[in-house]
Design a protein around this ligand. Structure first.
Ligand code: UD1
Ligand code: CA
Length: 500
């Protein structure tokens, strides 16, 4: 039975889940990722470029894993060690297959099959996908597998009908009954074949035995001198197997990123889907076009996101919180009902009902308690701020601990670095500090203490004490008229003294 599921990315789609079809017998998914991706013109391998906060190959692994295959293999070659390390981190279960110097998708699959067969000959369905198709969902793959299984096909290819099919392999169909005959690569196609707009996505479900047999006959005799996986379709049909296509109308799901222009377009579409998913889940997004949310972010219903906001990494936002405008938050956890505006933050925790911003820089280790405040032009790092404590304007708090219901005055600084080492400032509860207080760490200020304006706190302050750094004030009368004669200031001073 088709059922509706919500994907983690917020997308919704109809699908037949593998669990609904115990006969699926999904032996393996192979992710092809050996290509160099030269058109990216990047030091970073193409498949490691991120879309929505996850590498493209990370998306491919997640989509594949969602199918619950018995085996998951990734074919690598270009920047092998870098790619292998990344994959091992994301998916330690995945089997890495090294492709040799024989080029082509057919060779990649042949070698993956050899490695998998060595662990026990595969039987049943083998799915092939690419490492650079980031929007492909488990849902669409499951549909492909469901049709493949239900119709007992030898090969089922995922296709799309494009306005501009240039560059893609074209789907050749029998003009009399419309069945799939095979695939012709663009470079090998005749002018008439190039008119065909139905293209090969490169994503397929194969019967393992058919695949194994057909690949033995695939050669490199074509315009590119590569072993084409696409040749398997005609070979399977020639051997009497059923070859069919599943055509998707959601072209984004089969689109690969070959250059940075396509990467940006896929990133924007991915984001559009994620943002739409959150809006459907009860989040108010005032301006989806300027709101960027990684697929790894979690939002609660009744969160409001204002324009120009980017939420990255493991960021979470609890209900009734308002984030933005113009905030960039990475791995930040925001409590219920908190307000965070015009803030750049990472690795921070913001308590329930707390307020942050505008123009605030939260660095890792910042923990703001419930109903607390970090106001305008504040920078914080490695600081724990208790419930209801407020750092309202202009300052730096680093390597510090502040108790509850304390009010840290305007322009306060923790002088935490002596040029070699960092030191801690500990401030108690119910403390009131005057403007421009400097805490020369290590230093401790007791509960209920006060400091005067401009205090330089070099020694510990006992609970309940007032700390003043007293430098006597001296007024040199008549100084302006004597030293700045004729100036605007001198004229103002002269006017003030004569009017007395
Ligand atoms: C391939 C298909 C084409 C399809 C298109 C869809 C073949 C022969 N052609 O073309 O019909 O329309 O994809 O995008 O299959 N790869 C390897 N090892 C290799 C070569 C490629 O692992 O030796 C991987 C690449 O990393 C990539 C994928 O296979 O993920 C596709 O490779 P690419 O060179 O982009 O294939 P196309 O020639 O574009
Ligand atoms: Ca390609």
């Amino acid at each position: 039975m088709p059922k509706k599921i919500g994907l983690r990315s917020g997308q919704e789609c109809h699908l037949v889940s593998p669990q609904d079809n115990p006969s699926n017998n999904l032996a393996a998914v192979m992710v092809l990722a050996a290509g160099a991706g030269t058109r990216m013109k990047s030091r970073t391998p193409k498949i490691l470029h991120p879309v929505g906060g996850i590498s493209m190959v990370g998306h491919a692994l997640a989509a594949a894993k969602g199918l619950n295959p018995a085996k998951l293999a990734v074919v690598v070659r270009h920047e092998r060690d870098l790619v292998a390390a990344h994959i091992a981190e994301l998916e330690p279960q995945a089997l890495l297959v090294d492709q040799d110097d024989i080029p082509g998708t057919g060779r990649a699959v042949q070698q993956a099959l050899e490695v998998l067969d060595a662990q026990g000959e595969l039987a049943g369905t083998v799915v092939v996908t690419y490492g650079d198709v980031p929007l492909l969902s488990t849902g669409l793959l499951a549909e492909l597998v469901a049709v493949h299984t239900a119709d007992a096909n030898a090969v089922t290819v995922l296709t799309a009908v494009l306005e501009d099919a240039a560059g893609y392999g074209r789907i050749l169909r029998d003009p009399t009954d419309n069945t799939v005959l095979g695939i012709r690569e663009h470079k090998d196609a005749s002018d008439a074949e190039r008119q065909i707009r139905e293209v090969n996505s490169g994503i397929y479900a194969f019967d393992a035995a058919v695949l194994r047999t057909a690949l033995r006959s695939v050669t490199t005799e074509n315009n590119q001198g590569e072993m084409y996986l696409t040749d398997v379709l005609a070979l399977a049909r020639h051997d009497g197997g059923r070859v069919a296509a599943v055509t998707t109308t959601d072209q984004w799901q089969v689109e690969g990123a070959n250059d940075r222009v396509q990467l940006a377009a896929l990133g924007a579409e991915h984001n559009r889907r994620v943002v739409e998913g959150w809006m459907r889940a009860g989040v108010s997004v005032i301006d989806p076009a300027t709101t960027w949310i990684d697929s790894t972010v979690e939002l609660a219903p009744d969160v409001t996101i204002l324009p120009g906001t980017q939420l990255h990494g493991t960021t979470t936002v609890a209900s009734d919180a308002v984030v933005g405008p113009d905030s960039t938050l990475t791995d930040v956890h925001i409590g219920a009902g908190a307000h965070v505006l015009r803030t750049h933050g990472s690795g921070a925790v913001i308590g329930e009902g707390a307020q942050v911003g505008p123009f605030t820089y939260l660095r890792p280790g910042t923990v703001l308690g419930a109903d607390g405040k970090i106001g305008a032009f504040y920078e914080t790092k490695n600081v724990t701020i208790g419930r209801g404590s407020k750092l309202s304007h202009l300052g730096y708090a680093g390597d510090a601990e502040i108790g509850e219901d304390s009010n840290i005055g305007c322009g306060n600084i923790t002088a935490n670095y002596d040029g070699e080492n960092k030191h801690r400032t500990v401030i108690g509860s119910g403390v009131r500090t005057g403007s421009n207080t400097v805490f020369v760490a290590p230093v401790t200020v007791g509960d209920g203490a006060f400091t005067g304006a401009g205090a330089i706190v070099r020694k510990d302050v006992p609970a309940g004490a007032l700390t003043l750094t007293v430098a006597p004030q001296r007024n040199a009368e008549g100084w302006t008229e004597a030293n700045r004669p004729g100036s605007v200031s001198a004229q103002a001073a002269a006017a003030a003294t004569t009017s007395h």
